[in-house]
Design a protein around this ligand. Structure first.
Ligand code: SAH
Length: 222
C-alpha cells in the first residue's frame, strides 16, 4: 500500500468528484449538505495511488488489514440518515481510512471515531495528512461495542461495520432526541437500521435497505 506520497487534487479529480455527486443524486441522495461534503473531500487521498483514476467510482476498496473504505453511496446514505447539524457530537465506530470521519467533519460535526485495529489506527496518522485539516476529529483505539462512555452522550452515532446485533451500550450513549445508524445482520449482508431515541427515551427503529459491510468484531486487535 503506497499512500504516503504527497497527493494533488487536480481539475481531473474535481471533475470526477462532480460526476460522482451527480450519480449519488440520481441514486436518491437528496441532502445537499451531504453532497457538498462528498464534493469537497478528495476520496483519492484515502486510497492507494494505484486507484487514483478509479477512486470516484461508486465502489468499495480494500485499504489495509482486509478492511475497506465504504462505497460512496453507502457513506452518503448513512450520513444523510444522521441529519447532521453543525457542532453535532458524533460517535463513529470503525474509523477505517477516516474518509467517513472527514465527511462528517466537513459538515461541521465534532467527530469521535473508534477503530479496533491497531495497524489501521496507526496507519491513518502516517499516511493521511489530509485529516489535519479537521481538528474536530478525535480518533480512539478501542472497541466499538464499548463505545466511548467518557465522552457520552452523543447527538448521533454511526457504525460503519456490519453488527450482529444492536449493542446496548451504544443505545445508552445516545442522547434523547438523537439518531443512531447501524447496519445489522450476519456475514451475508445487513439491513440498515435508523434508531431514534425520543425525548422520553422511547426507541423507534426503521429498516432502510440492504448493505454489505465487513463485520463488526469484538475486542481490540493489536
Ligand atoms: N468508515 C470507514 C470504513 C470502515 S470499514 C471509512 O470511511 O473508511 C469498517 C471498520 O470497522 C474497519 O476499519 C474495522 O477494523 C472496524 N471495526 C470492526 N469492528 C470494530 C469494533 N468493534 N470497534 C471499532 N472498529 C471496528
Amino acid at each position: 500500500m503506497q499512500i504516503d506520497k504527497p497527493k494533488e487534487d487536480t481539475y481531473l479529480h474535481k471533475g470526477m468528484r462532480k460526476q460522482l455527486v451527480d450519480s449519488l443524486r440520481s441514486k436518491g441522495i437528496k441532502d445537499e449538505k451531504v453532497l457538498a461534503a462528498i464534493n469537497n473531500v478528495p476520496r483519492h487521498f484515502f486510497l492507494d495511488t494505484a486507484f487514483e483514476r478509479i477512486a470516484y467510482e461508486d465502489r468499495a476498496f480494500e485499504i489495509l488489514a482486509k478492511q475497506t473504505i465504504s462505497h460512496p453511496f453507502t457513506v452518503a446514505f448513512q450520513t444523510e440518515l444522521l441529519q447532521i447539524k453543525k457542532f453535532d457530537k458524533v460517535l463513529e465506530i470503525g474509523t477505517g481510512s477516516a474518509y467517513q470521519s472527514c465527511i462528517l467533519a466537513e459538515m461541521g460535526a465534532m467527530v469521535f471515531s473508534v477503530e479496533r485495529q491497531r495497524e489501521l489506527y496507526d496507519f491513518v496518522d502516517k499516511n493521511f495528512s489530509f485529516i489535519k485539516k479537521y481538528p474536530m476529529i478525535r480518533r480512539f483505539y478501542g472497541d466499538g461495542y464499548v463505545g466511548l462512555p467518557t465522552f457520552a452522550p452523543f447527538d448521533k452515532i454511526i457504525v460503519t461495520a456490519g453488527a450482529p446485533f444492536v449493542p446496548e451500550k451504544l443505545i445508552e450513549q445516545l442522547k434523547p432526541g438523537g439518531i443512531f445508524v447501524i447496519p445489522v445482520g450476519d456475514g451475508n449482508g445487513q439491513r440498515m437500521l435508523k434508531i431514534t431515541k425520543e425525548i422520553d427515551h422511547k426507541i423507534i427503529t426503521e429498516e432502510l435497505g440492504d448493505f454489505d459491510f465487513v463485520p463488526m468484531l469484538e475486542g481490540r486487535n493489536g
